[in-house]
Design a binder for this molecule. Structure first.
Ligand SMILES: [Zn+2]
Length: 224
């Protein structure tokens, strides 16, 4: 009989926190490597786990090696789909957000959960690039792009200041090995989400304008 626990604590993407999960199925893969003197076993343990709260199902994999020191921390688990702790804003499902944004956002959230802060910051910077390109077209540099966004009322002067700082942080992550704090990354992602939201709302407003029948102009009666 296996003594492996049937219930484990794990982060649930849907619940947005650690919850109890049932281990619905478990599978092992094991390989042995032998030479004349030594034999080393390596393997992976796969678990299909299901959240007891929302019933979301995910796959957990832990790799092991017979040479691992049992006193060390166990190897970190990898998950499919990747775990994310930051929730996607509700408006993303409500509006038709371009897949270019959604895909990069998903990767940024996963990088943030894995504590890959540099990758998350680079992803946020790529999103700002995409917003500039889609909203005001290809620009020679960021400063010009931000000016254009400002002239279209997609960002305020204050936003521009924060975004400029964010871009610098993204640049520092990409080129100077700067490791931002998770607070820094979260602030930048807040701004990026707001920029995307502003762009979507501007499109919605245009669509609404087009579909609303115009008021009939009042004809002033002429005195006869
Ligand atoms: Zn759940």
């Amino acid at each position: 009989m296996s003594t492996a626990p049937k219930v484990i604590w794990s982060h649930c993407n849907d619940c947005g926190r650690e919850t109890k999960h049932d281990v619905v199925h478990k599978a092992e893969r094991r390989r042995s490597y032998d030479d004349d003197q030594y034999s080393v076993d390596v393997g992976s343990t796969w678990k299909v786990i299901q959240c007891r709260g929302c019933e979301e199902v995910s796959l957990q994999r832990v790799d092991w090696c017979s040479e691992d020191d049992p006193h060390d921390m166990p190897n970190p688990a990898t998950y499919f789909p990747p775990r994310v702790s930051r929730r996607k804003p509700a408006w993303i499902d409500r509006f038709e957000v371009p897949s270019e944004y959604v895909e990069i956002l998903d990767e940024v959230y996963a990088a943030l959960h894995a504590d890959s802060r540099r990758l998350a910051m680079m992803g946020a910077r790529a999103l700002i690039d995409a917003v500039i390109r889609r909203s005001v077209g290809e620009q020679d540099n960021f400063a010009k792009g931000l000016n254009e966004l400002g002239s279209k009322d997609l960002i305020s002067d204050r936003d521009r200041e924060i975004i400029a700082a964010a871009i610098d942080a993204g640049h520092a992550s990409a080129h100077r090995g700067h490791k931002p704090s998770s607070d820094d990354v979260n602030v930048v992602i807040d701004i990026v989400e707001r920029m995307i939201h502003a762009e979507i709302l501007a499109e919605q407003a245009q669509a609404l304008k087009k579909s609303t029948p115009p008021r009939k102009p009042r004809v002033a009666k002429k005195k006869s």
